[in-house]
Write a protein that binds this ligand. Structure first.
Ligand code: GLA
Length: 695
């Protein structure tokens, strides 16, 4: 289907007006004097090189318009070679020299890589796996996130760094640790787990009731009996373990923040670098104590697919609901996949502009140059071991020059959307604990719903279900499996105020303790929907649906299908299952999709995982009903349209295809990269256009 056919011709004008009215005044992730609004940077390890090499590195960075370097995040042994003895000369030099070359610094606290003296003297700081095995020195992330002694030492180094650099004008911010990831099951962690449970439940009887511990004779007499396990346990325990882990990473962050903040200028932000879809902890919880969000954007598949990456940017933007940073990304290739094939020429730029389009204010390459030894000798870099540019350097230089050209127009702008996709760690965890259908990957399902929404609306906010919803015309929750009453009330209020809520399969099954709701799905939304799920089925074969209203198209789905039941006259069945091998008899002729108008609002329940074409058609209908039009009509499929609005309005067109495309603009715009006013643009393969709309 040609997407342009769905659109109103006045859509652009309407969309612009809608967006300008709602753009937050202070969109920028960070603001500091003199620094360019868009920054290109690199992870840089001056502790590995002599001063002359450091100086040459900075010259080569400046020549590529690189205005940012992240340093020190693994340099504990260089900064504190023995306990309480600090060596700052190398870092003083690197920061001062960087300032001369207009390279701003983000300082990493080095706690992801404790030095050997530390783990030798304090072996209790080492992480312990579930079976009681301590980590050893020699890799990284070998510390326990719960260790009291480790926190004391981490506070010490963070405070010493902040006292030295907290007022340094060239230091713009702090990265805590590096890619929080590993749980620990050491005695400190276990004791804190038990205390955490006691704090949460008050009495053991309450926990026993809410966890249904009569099942398999799990009843506990006291909190200390409760095992610490990340898998193969009561789902209530598993969900609480993840909550405990989230709170522990939050307090791990707070420990270092309490060392930095009193010693640092308010303009210096504090963040950490997260990992896209990683679900080891609840990022909304951890970000509640951070100033901005930042993530490490690596393409984990041999071929770059724009949609999961776009969704991960939007996910990260959703943590603080403002612009973010890409703290690391690949200079064409990594070293940790099975085959580390490179991005094609032009794709590093394609990815950089996609990041900016989705609300990044900085893009940093990992890494500037490889360490001469160590585990990552094969990873992509911007310069070779002798310090001279490798081929991708020229592309990064181009990006740097373009960021300088477009920076002013993009300053203070942010993506604004009237469509939201709800993302919920509890639901992802609960589904992953018991997939029931092996192919039901909650992230894949989320991205499946995201893709047509992003294509047609050309802007999607990916947010927590507890975030404010009033600004959205359409809210889609692809698999909101865990639905506490308070969140359900929030969604009910949204629909009653006139919003359209679309629920995907598996929604509304559990409460916040991962226990089944006594009503069938969608649990506390059953009454609003006026319908429910009679039964759910994991599918081996696909299913087909037929529309109830004449003229609609057949739908197709796979992996999961639910037999729905309308429960009152106001609830309409939109589609039914057709007899097919996948329907196994149970689903034949039964409702597959329900909808109910509630005042000016609407709730829709999709009982199966639709295939791409079916989802595209459904999404087009939801957007049309919600009166959401694309920003730019008639854009060829594969060309992503991103908008950032604020004082002005900038559109970014990104061609994700291997052939060139021509896009006609509805009005004249200023081409910020090539200059001049244009009414259409030619995008070469992986090409980008950055266009400023007239004010
Ligand atoms: C992660 C780490 C970096 C580096 C890169 C390599 O993102 O944070 O230190 O190891 O991976 O891709």
């Amino acid at each position: 289907m040609h997407r342009g056919a769905l659109l109103r011709s006045d859509s652009l004008v309407g969309a612009v007006a809608a967006i300008l009215c709602c753009a937050p005044a202070r969109a920028q992730a960070t603001q500091y004097k003199d620094a360019p609004p868009l920054l290109v940077g690199a992870a840089w390890y001056p502790e590995q090189w002599d001063e002359a090499t450091v100086d040459r590195d900075l010259e080569t960075m400046e020549a590529a318009h690189i205005h940012l370097a992240r340093v020190a995040e693994f340099a504990w042994s260089a900064m504190e070679p023995s306990e309480g003895h600090y060596e700052w000369a190398w870092l003083d030099h690197a920061i001062a020299e960087a300032a001369k070359h207009h390279v701003y610094i983000v300082l990493g606290t080095p706690t992801a890589a404790p030095p050997a003296w530390l783990t030798t003297k304090y072996p209790e700081t080492l992480r312990m796996d579930e079976n009681g095995q301590r980590a050893e020195h020699g890799n990284r992330q070998q510390f326990s996130f719960a260790s009291t002694k480790y926190r004391e030492l981490a506070h010490g180094i963070a405070q010493a760094m902040a006292k030295r650099y907290g007022h340094n004008p060239n230091v713009v911010g702090w990265q805590l640790d590096n890619e929080y990831a590993e749980d620990s099951f050491d005695p400190d962690a276990r004791a804190q787990w038990h205390a955490w449970l006691k704090q949460k439940y008050g009495t053991i009887d309450r926990l026993n009731t809410l966890w249904t511990t009569q099942y398999w004779s799990q009843t506990y007499d006291n909190f200390d009996e409760i095992p610490a396990r990340p898998k193969e346990e009561n789902p209530a325990l598993l969900l609480d373990w993840r909550h405990f882990v989230s709170d522990t990473w939050k307090s791990y962050s707070e420990n270092q923040i309490s060392a930095i903040r009193p010693n640092a200028d308010a303009r210096q932000f504090i963040t950490t670098n997260t990992m896209g879809w990683f679900d080891g902890f609840d990022s909304y919880v951890v970000h509640s104590v951070l100033d901005i969000a930042a993530w490490d954007d690596y393409v984990s598949t041999p071929v770059f697919d724009w949609a999961p990456n776009a969704a991960a940017h939007d996910l990260t933007r959703g943590y603080k609901q403002k612009n973010f940073w890409v703290m690391e990304t690949e200079p064409a290739f990594v070293n940790w996949r099975k085959t580390n094939n490179p991005l094609a020429k032009g794709q590093v730029r394609e990815l950089a502009w996609q990041a900016i389009g989705h609300g990044a204010d900085a893009v940093e390459y990992w890494q500037w140059r490889a360490a001469m030894n160590g585990q990552e000798q094969y990873h992509g870099t911007l310069v070779g071991p002798e310090g001279k540019p490798v081929p991708v350097y020229a592309e990064v230089e181009q990006i740097g020059a373009e960021f300088e050209k477009a920076g002013k127009a993009l300053s203070g702008t942010t993506p604004v959307s009237n469509v939201a996709l709800l993302h919920d760690f509890n639901s992802r965890w609960a589904i992953d604990f018991q997939r029931h259908a092996a192919k039901f990957d909650p992230v894949e399902e989320l991205v499946a719903f995201y893709r047509p929404l992003r294509e047609d609306a050309q802007g999607v906010d990916v947010i927590s279900p507890t975030a404010a919803l009033d600004r959205y015309k359409l809210v889609v929750a692809p698999a909101l499996n865990v639905l506490p009453q308070a969140t359900a009330d929030h969604l009910i209020a949204y629909v009653k105020q006139g919003g359209h809520l679309v629920l995907g399969p598996r929604s509304g099954m559990k409460n916040e303790y991962d226990a089944l709701w006594p009503e069938r799905q969608p649990g506390p939304l059953e009454e609003l929907l006026g319908g429910r799920v009679q039964e759910f089925y994991a599918l081996e074969e696909p299913v087909t649906t037929t529309p109830v209203v004449d003229g609609g198209a057949e739908g197709h789905g796979a992996v999961w299908a639910e037999l729905l039941e309308p429960m009152n006259d106001a609830t309409a069945t939109i589609a039914k299952y057709k007899p097919s091998p996948g329907s196994a008899g149970w689903l034949d002729g039964q409702p597959a999709m329900l909808t109910r108008q509630v005042g000016k609002g609407r709730i829709t329940y999709v009982g199966f995982w639709p295939d791409a074409a079916t989802l595209a058609a459904m999404t087009a209908g939801w957007l049309k009903d919600a009166d959401v039009a694309p920003l730019l009509p008639n854009v060829p499929e594969g060309v992503e349209v991103c908008e950032r609005a604020g004082v002005g309005r900038v559109l970014m067109l990104i061609n994700h295809l291997t052939e060139s495309k021509h896009v006609v603009l509805p009005a004249g715009m200023t081409d910020l990269l090539k200059g001049g006013s244009v009414s259409s643009v030619d995008l070469e393969k992986y090409g980008v256009a950055v266009l400023e709309a007239a004010r």
